[in-house]
Design a binder for this molecule. Structure first.
Ligand SMILES: C[S@@+](CC[C@H](N)C(=O)[O-])C[C@H]1O[C@@H](n2cnc3c(N)ncnc32)[C@H](O)[C@@H]1O
Length: 261
């Protein structure tokens, strides 16, 4: 008996920039897809293939895009849905899961495979040294899907716990002040000399990477293609003459003294 649904859905991480930073299995999944869904600028990064249908949509339409992709997969197509960086990091993988959870029961029969990619914070960290060498966290400053109060309280919690912080979605036309406010909070807790790495369009032709100290950090340097890594109090900068400095967070920390020891 032929199975009704022979289609599939691949959620494909494109990596931060060009083809060379994309995994081989992600490239193969892109090639196999009969239909590709994605945010238009991401789809433009994928070489076109004859016979492959493309469905581009706007940035904020993740859930609609996921639903449309699931419908096509249910109809028997091998569908790909692309995400910049890694699909599981503030990307399409969660949107697909949300669509399945809230959608018709038959969507649960669609085989879904996620192909990971190099996420922005890893691409940036690799450019500047090893800022994520000890405990770190990632936070999106977008308050489109969560209240700003939650972002502030999470920032305070992680900065006071000594984490290195990778900031995604720092600023946009619709969210112009949030990064400035986040910087004010970080400055309340961290030394003014804390290293900050600012990576714009990392891995793409227009890439820029800068290392500054927190005191000199200017939110207007960032745009929506920027990832920012804010060091912890022990993150440091090694200057190297003419070579670019290295930013790193040591792997070890001193043992905490408790009152019973
Ligand atoms: C919706 S999130 C998607 C993150 C993506 N899934 C990832 O794993 O990198 C978009 C944010 O990722 C960051 N970003 C994505 N690509 C980047 C790149 N090439 N360079 C710097 N930041 C990037 C920016 O902070 C941007 O605002």
């Amino acid at each position: 008996m032929t199975k009704k649904n022979a289609g599939s859905l691949s959620v494909i991480g494109l990596g931060p920039g060009g083809d060379s930073q994309r995994t081989e299995e992600a490239s193969e999944a892109l090639e196999r897809a009969q239909v590709l869904f994605g945010y238009a600028p991401y789809l433009e990064r994928v070489p076109s293939r004859e016979g492959q249908q493309r469905c581009a949509s706007d940035n904020r339409q993740e859930l609609d895009r996921a639903r449309a992709a699931l419908e096509q997969a249910l109809a028997g197509k091998h569908v790909g849905i692309v995400s910049g960086g890694d699909p599981g990091v503030f990307g399409m993988a969660a949107a697909v899961c949300e669509a399945i959870e809230s959608g018709p029961g038959e969507w649960r029969s669609v085989p879904v495979t996620t192909f990971p990619g190099v996420t922005a914070m890893l691409a940036l960290a690799a450019r500047v040294g090893a800022p994520l060498g000890h405990d770190f966290c990632a936070i999106s400053l977008s308050d489109n899907l969560k209240p700003w109060e939650a972002i502030e309280s999470r920032l305070r919690a992680v900065v006071s716990a000594g984490f290195v912080i990778a900031i995604y979605n720092p600023i946009s036309r619709h969210r112009p002040w949030q990064l400035g406010r986040a910087a004010e909070i970080l400055k309340e807790y961290l030394p003014t000399t804390t290293p900050v790495a600012i990576g714009r369009a990392v891995g793409r032709i227009e890439e820029t990477v800068r290392i500054v100290e927190l005191e000199g950090f200017k939110p207007e340097e960032a745009d929506m293609s920027t990832c920012i890594i804010v060091g912890s109090p022990v993150t440091r900068i090694i200057t190297r003459g003419e070579l670019l400095p290295l930013v790193y967070t040591p792997r070890s920390m001193p043992t905490l003294k408790t009152s019973s020891t």
